[in-house]
Ligand binder design. Structure first.
Ligand code: ATP
Length: 235
């Protein structure tokens, strides 16, 4: 028997002011899965994450998380329900040190990783604790951003292009971390352009085009669908 979805997105529509961007997004995420949203620039992947998180001006449809309807809830309530969002721009405080970023807010939320646990997961950060946010490499910034959201205690993570602009060796390191998180029971929705990376971490891929999910590809079938995927992504 397959598990009930942890997140069920149904006919999700979203707007920026008058601009209708999401036109009925549908997908499921089961507990412990890693799924990706793949698609060209402007397809609506980031907007989908923002709509789930409640940080889009207007949204309609249904987003059920553990059976609770999130449409109509404020972003704070959605975060409190156990969802964390790591935006593409990473959301770290440039003027604060790594340590200050990690300790903001100072208290770890129930179920969240302690400062020490984050540093064990990302040993690179330990050597950079006194460095200012802006002085970090892209990879270090990404690790700090993921480390920060792990302190919230959320077990459901929305990650927007965590590998963007990173060196291959760092991409691999992030990939190992995501697999480690999955093995610890985290559930992850990943927006990705790098589909070698996506293939190395995900159970399933949803292809987004013009604000809709137009295809679903199990990771095990990815190799058989590579031509189709290239066509979707225009690569
Ligand atoms: P990318 O990788 O470029 O972020 P994406 O698939 O995540 O691609 P979105 O960022 O979700 O795409 O963008 C979907 C559509 O919404 C695009 O047409 C984009 O131009 C538009 N859009 C994105 N952000 C805004 C905004 N703040 N105001 C108005 N329109 C926006």
């Amino acid at each position: 028997a397959s598990a009930a979805p942890l997140l069920a997105v149904r006919d999700l529509n979203g707007w920026y002011d008058e601009s209708h961007v999401l036109h009925g997004i549908n997908f499921d995420v089961k507990p412990g899965e890693v799924v990706t949203l793949l698609g060209r620039n402007g397809a609506g992947k980031t907007t989908t994450l923002r709509a789930i998180m409640g940080i889009l001006g207007k949204r309609q449809g249904s987003v059920q998380f553990e059976g609770t309807e999130l449409i109509g809830l404020q972003p704070r309530a959605i975060a409190k329900a156990g969802i964390a969002f790591c935006p593409e721009e990473r959301g770290i405080f440039a003027s604060l040190s790594v340590d200050e970023n990690l300790m903001l807010p100072p208290e770890v939320k129930p179920g969240g990783l302690s400062r020490e646990a984050v540093l064990e997961m990302f040993p690179n950060l330990r050597e950079r604790l006194g460095s200012q946010g802006t002085k970090l490499s892209g990879g270090e910034q990404q690790m700090l951003a993921i480390g920060r959201i792990l302190r919230t205690g959320a077990k459901f993570l929305l990650l927007d292009e965590p590998t963007e602009g990173l060196a291959p060796v760092i991409v691999q390191q992030i990939g190992r971390t995501l697999v480690q998180l999955k093995n610890q029971g985290f559930t992850i929705v990943l927006v990705e352009q790098n589909f070698r990376f996506a293939a190395s971490v995900a159970d399933r891929h949803y292809v987004v085009e013009q604000g809709r999910v137009i295809d679903t590809i199990p990771n095990a079938d990815l190799a058989d669908n590579i031509d189709k995927l290239h066509a979707y992504l225009g690569v």
